[in-house]
Design a protein around this ligand. Structure first.
Ligand code: C5P
Length: 300
């Protein structure tokens, strides 16, 4: 018997970052959106923990660990420990979310594994407990469970759905090499003069409520963009090319290096994608948002 759960990539429409806390994390005021790029996680009962990862759609798989340090196995073990069980599972990940891209692919896998094993073994874990286990695994794992569009406070783990009336189109521009999130935050610490706690942008919430792409283009912001560009100056060209290709705005996804181009419609997204292709970019996906959080797709 096996069970599959699908989980989406996330982007941050706002990523407001405050000064580093004593525990090494940064206080965030973020607005997450789940977009239509998915990893499928399939679990089955087994005598030992194992994970295998298969690439979908030409995704590169550098540095994805296949041992107990893989976040999906850590998620499974955390769930088993929470219920005081001694069980194990084999985990198969069909990965379409670019790795180390600022799209929270690992967090999607962790959220999907929690839900898949909860269903496979009929554990009936409460939403509250699932969200708590998710938060222990990573700052954006709780969002991967709920999906849609949501605000994130604390270190990103305190999530709350926000009103989003839009059906947004993004062109996702992947990069050949990943960027380490801790390194980007360290660079942020060096170059940022922020002393205040960040706040959720009212302008952004209004743009989402009004479903107005021009307003959204004006409101999106990411405090990690500057430090990420210092580490990866080549990304400045991707931003320029994105705007030259007709995108309403170019935005860094999370800590990067993926760049997001906002389009007005599906047709426009495909035009922007074609223009980027002409400029030599070949890691391109069109994705709509918001989409659902982790959800079961099959049980056989
Ligand atoms: O929570 P998560 O495991 O995704 O975080 C990965 C790393 O990103 C942390 O170890 C930390 O260096 C950085 N981080 C941070 N502040 C946050 C979230 C992540 O400094 N709010």
């Amino acid at each position: 018997m096996s069970l599959t759960v699908r989980a989406a990539a996330k982007i941050n429409l706002q990523l407001g970052v405050g000064p580093v806390r004593d525990d090494g994390f940064h206080p965030l005021a973020t607005v997450y959106q789940a977009i239509g790029l998915y990893d499928d996680v399939t679990v089955a009962d087994a005598s030992d923990w194992s994970v295998e990862v298969h690439a979908v759609d030409g995704i590169d798989l550098p540095d994805v660990p296949l041992d107990d340090t893989n976040i999906a196995i850590r998620a499974g073990k955390a769930l088993v420990a929470h219920h005081g069980l001694e069980r194990a599972a084999s985990i198969r990940i069909d990965k379409a979310i670019p790795v180390a891209g600022g799209l929270a692919g690992g967090s999607a896998d962790a959220a999907a594994t929690l839900l898949a094993l909860d269903r496979l073994w009929d554990l009936d874990t409460s939403d509250e407990d699932l969200l708590r286990l998710a938060a222990d695994l990573g700052s954006d794992v709780p969002f991967a469970l709920i999906g849609g569009t949501a605000s994130g406070l604390g270190r990103g783990e305190v999530v709350e759905p926000v009103l989003d009336d839009g059906s947004w189109w993004w062109v996702v521009v992947g990069s050949g090499t990943g960027l380490s999130t801790p390194k980007v935050y360290k660079k942020f610490d060096k170059v940022s003069r922020k002393t205040r706690q960040p706040k959720i942008s009212e302008k952004l919430l209004a743009a989402l409520d009004e479903a107005d792409p021009d307003l959204l283009a004006e409101a999106v912001c990411n405090d990690l963009q500057k430090p990420a560009l210092l580490l990866r100056p080549d990304l400045a060209r991707t931003f320029e090319h994105g705007r030259a290709s007709g995108a309403l705005v170019a935005l860094l996804s999370g800590s990067g290096p993926t760049v997001l181009l906002l389009a007005e419609s599906r047709e426009h997204a495909h035009e922007v994608m074609a223009a980027m292709q002409e400029l030599g970019y070949d890691r391109l996906w069109a994705a709509t948002g918001p989409v659902a959080g982790a959800h079961q797709v099959t049980h056989i």
